[in-house]
Design a protein around this ligand. Structure first.
Ligand code: DX5
Ligand code: ZN
Length: 227
């Protein structure tokens, strides 16, 4: 199997949680053993939706030890990276479609002492990564067009994960490859086989609304580890 030596990591997509009982859900995610909260930031420009913001992060950061992956779905990430780094991000993931200054963005995130992830929309070719892979901690292969929870999985993303893993192996980069959107029972085995090792749990797994979130988080980890 590809990437056998890389640990499996589980992220929970906070935008899928129950906003009215957010802290309860976070406690359950902690108990359920997720590694990171995946926090979608939407600006209404790069994606036609708005989600999660600075005040929420300010309140949440002191409440949990879970790591924060800030998924910036915003135009001009250069303009807001310092702000989000200061709000307790551990990993900042921005989209390669949002800036022409990719190396500078990577350097900016690193200069702020954060890990850096680069996200690719389903239609974006992995060639974007050729000269950047050695500088990245994670590649986030979007498996839906970003902007909304609960969308239909784009199957072409499986081949893309495979291609990204091949590129990373060829450059001797033991990089995390994350997948986001429609990740669940049907898609995890295919994506893991293709080379993904970080799985974002949303409405197809941890937040199905059917059952206890703590148990669903545990089940999701088991699913991602066993396949
Ligand atoms: C999509 C977001 C995802 C989303 C995943 O815009 O980036 O993180 O919350 O949700 P599901 O798994 O329901 O597609
Ligand atoms: Zn996301």
């Amino acid at each position: 199997m590809l990437n056998a030596s890389l640990p499996v990591k589980i992220m929970a997509s906070l935008d899928c949680a129950d906003y009215l009982h957010l802290i309860d859900d976070i406690r359950k995610l902690e108990q359920g053993g997720v590694d990171m909260l995946h926090i979608d930031i939407m600006d209404g420009h790069f994606v036609p939706n708005y989600a999660l913001g600075t005040n929420l992060l300010r309140k949440l950061r002191p409440q949990t030890k879970l790591l924060f992956d800030i998924h910036l779905m915003t135009e001009q990430p250069e303009a807001n990276t310092t702000l989000f780094a200061g709000l307790g991000a551990d990993l900042i993931t921005f989209h390669c479609e949002t800036t022409s200054r990719l190396h500078q963005m990577v350097s900016l995130v690193k200069s702020l002492g954060k890990k850096v992830g680069l996200a690719l929309n389903p239609s974006t070719p992995p060639a974007f990564l050729s000269y950047l892979l050695p500088y990245l901690d994670m590649v986030l292969v979007m498996t839906v067009d970003p902007g909304f929870v609960g969308q239909k999985f784009v199957p072409e993303a499986i081949g893309k994960v495979e291609e990204v893993r091949r590129m990373a192996d060829a450059q001797h980069c033991p990089i995390d490859i994350a997948v986001d959107g429609g990740i669940g029972e049907k898609t995890v085995p295919l994506l893991k086989r293709a080379g993904a090792n970080v799985f974002v749990g949303g409405t197809s797994s941890i937040f199905t609304g059917k059952g206890d979130i703590e148990a669903l988080a545990r089940d999701f980890r088991t699913l991602c580890e066993k396949n």
